[in-house]
Write a protein that binds this ligand. Structure first.
Ligand SMILES: [Zn+2]
Length: 269
């Protein structure tokens, strides 16, 4: 997109836009300087103004070489925002599903977006070393699963890739983050950087419609409750919470022990 001028912006989901000043239309006429990712935020700069998007769980950015001419129906379409460029190309920011959590900001600097300003280190940044990870984990009394998904410590890791990283490192999700030994931290570092780099390599050039399926097929434990662990053949277990669940392999990660499932214990009582 760099070097192309923004010709039009059409907001179809008013709830998604979290800022009023500067107005969205201030982007029109500006030339895109570049796009970058920070944690789970996508940031586009156009002549000193930034459009920042957090795609949440059901959000996508879809590129069009030729932007469709069809009119957008406010509140009726998955398309939340359409941006057209001066050469006829453009992109839609969409959100599938009922859970409307997609968020957009127009700001003069990405740091004005509160949750983005507080982001921790990106695991694919060279600054994310074993020492740095050890420091971050030592700073919290949370479980390692919780620490990995805390955006102010480590940016961009969610439920799925934290499950995968812990499985690869052979660590229990319930282990205290601050109680990991040096070799465990090193394994976790390798696991996390490994699963994320492989995921990035895999999705390059994959069609939008294939992307989600492709992501799930590559998972070793996440979303695979009841299936066989690809490493040891044990049955993958899960622990359920109110709105999500984590998966793990007892043989690879917990010395064969099954972790207490709070929902299940409640039922048994
Ligand atoms: Zn296993």
């Amino acid at each position: 997109m760099a070097g192309r001028r923004i010709d039009r912006c059409r907001l179809a989901s008013f709830a998604a836009l979290r800022t009023v000043e500067p107005p969205l239309d201030d982007l029109v006429g500006r030339v895109v300087r570049g796009v970058e990712r920070r944690g789970k935020f996508v940031c586009m700069e156009a002549d000193g103004l930034w459009l920042v998007a957090h795609l949440a769980r059901g959000g996508w950015v879809r590129w069009h070489d030729v932007l469709p001419a069809t009119a957008l129906k406010t509140g009726r379409s998955p398309i939340a925002l359409r941006v057209g460029l001066d050469d006829g190309a453009g992109f839609d920011v969409t959100e599938m599903g009922r859970e409307k959590r997609l968020a957009l900001w127009v700001v003069r600097s990405p740091e004005e977006v509160g949750p983005l300003a507080g982001l921790g280190v990106d695991p694919l940044d060279p600054a994310f070393t074993v020492d740095r990870l050890a420091e971050l984990l030592a700073s919290t009394s949370a479980t390692v699963k919780h620490a990995l998904t805390t955006q102010s410590l480590i940016a961009g890791v969610g439920n799925a890739y934290s499950d995968e990283a812990l499985h690869r490192a052979g660590l229990s999700p319930y282990k205290g983050a601050g109680r990991l030994g040096r070799d465990e931290v090193a394994r976790l570092h390798d696991g996390l950087v490994g699963v994320l780099s492989e995921a990035l390599d895999r999705v390059a050039g994959v069609e939008l419609t294939e992307l989600k399926g492709d992501k799930w097929r590559a998972m070793a434990v996440h979303g695979r409750t009841g299936q066989k662990c690809p490493t040891c053949g044990d049955t993958i277990r899960e622990v359920s919470f109110a709105t999500k669940s984590l998966q793990y392999c007892p043989t690879c990660q917990t010395g064969g022990r099954t972790l207490a499932d709070r929902r299940m214990s409640k039922l048994l009582k």
